[in-house]
Design a protein around this ligand. Structure first.
Ligand code: EAX
Length: 324
């Protein structure tokens, strides 16, 4: 090799070494707006993972259903077109049946109990089941206790739900529960809900306080009843295809980032639970705060009778026992 050629080879080699390695950019999708508990969780995930990886991994946040509804996004993770999501458990039961056990009405006593169950053996066992669906369940984030809104009249008793077209998530336990009250449950992706409410094709929906406030639902819903009828976890989930392509170190960083996301969501929910109700009142919503939860629990009991035996009855019993 001539001297000139050797010098040229060295120049190429050192230049190549100096060039930064192109960062891996991965999408994290969720359906609520950026300014929400999901957005706070997403930013915590992004900041943690980008810091730990020294910028080798970049996270592109995709809020407001930019990549589709929760069910669509889960399917995207399964085929590898999307890397991450923070999703309510509502639709996940269609892919990981054990998750249905978490979405039964009036199953969790309060936030503290829900966190203890999800962060303990029961919750971790269910996360491990995600692998059966080509998914990696990383951590339990939080959506919150769900309440009912509608545009027709105040709902003070279960009987007041009769005939109301209430959007539910694509979750057959929720559909059965609202059908048992005499309402007309209308399952659909979150991405269709606001338009459907504006057009009047549905009368109401049910969601936690921070979803109601993040979407300014007082603009399209007059009434809200604080039933707290379901505790809705959210899961931080990765595509198994993309997980398998990570190094062990990167996988550890991802788990750390997922834990940070869950912590951020829970902090936002806790901060908004009371302030959010005050915001609803300030924007003119009629808020039914005193609710006979026992009456609502009795009204939705048929959903248990119909589905508890199908979806891990022992899990439901364990969740109840763990809260005693
Ligand atoms: O994940 O679909 C729903 O009602 C969910 O609570 C919402 O998308 C947040």
């Amino acid at each position: 090799m001539t001297t000139m050629t050797r010098c040229f080879a060295i120049l190429i080699a050192t230049t190549a070494l100096a060039l930064p390695v192109a960062a891996k950019t991965m999408n994290l999708a969720f359906t609520p707006p950026s300014d929400s508990h999901y957005g706070d969780a997403g930013r915590a995930f992004k900041d943690t993972l980008e810091t730990l990886s020294g910028g080798d991994i970049e996270i592109a946040l995709k809020p407001s259903g930019a990549l589709g509804g929760e069910r669509d996004v889960i399917e995207g993770l399964q085929i590898g077109t999307i890397e991450f999501t923070i999703s309510s458990t509502g639709p996940i039961g269609n892919f990981v049946p054990e998750v249905y056990a978490l979405d039964f009405p009036f199953l969790f006593n309060d936030y503290e109990s829900a966190h203890a169950v999800l962060d303990g053996d029961i919750g971790q066992e269910i996360l491990a089941k995600f692998s059966q669906a080509g998914l990696v369940g990383l951590a339990w984030s939080e959506n919150g206790f769900r309440h009912i809104t509608n545009s027709v009249h105040a709902v003070e008793t279960p009987e007041d739900l009769a005939g109301l077209k209430i959007r539910t998530m694509e979750n057959e336990v929720h559909i059965a529960a609202f059908k048992a009250t005499g309402a007309a449950p209308t399952p659909m992706s979150w991405t269709e809900v606001l338009t459907s409410l504006q057009q009047g094709t549905i009368d109401g929906q049910e969601n936690p306080v921070p979803i109601i406030t993040a979407n300014n639902m007082w603009e399209i819903q007059k009434y809200v009843t604080l039933t707290g009828h379901v505790y809705s976890p959210a899961a931080v989930v990765m595509s198994q295809i993309h997980w398998d392509a990570l190094s062990a170190q990167e996988q550890d960083w991802v788990r750390t980032a997922a834990t940070a996301a869950a912590k951020a969501a829970r902090a936002t929910v806790a901060a908004n639970e009371t302030a959010g109700v005050e915001a609803m009142k300030a924007h003119g919503m009629a808020v039914v705060e005193t609710v006979d939860k026992a009456a609502f629990a009795k009204a939705v009991q048929p959903a248990y009778d119909q589905y508890a035996d199908r979806y891990s009855p022992e899990l439901i019993d364990r969740i109840r026992m763990a809260q005693q």
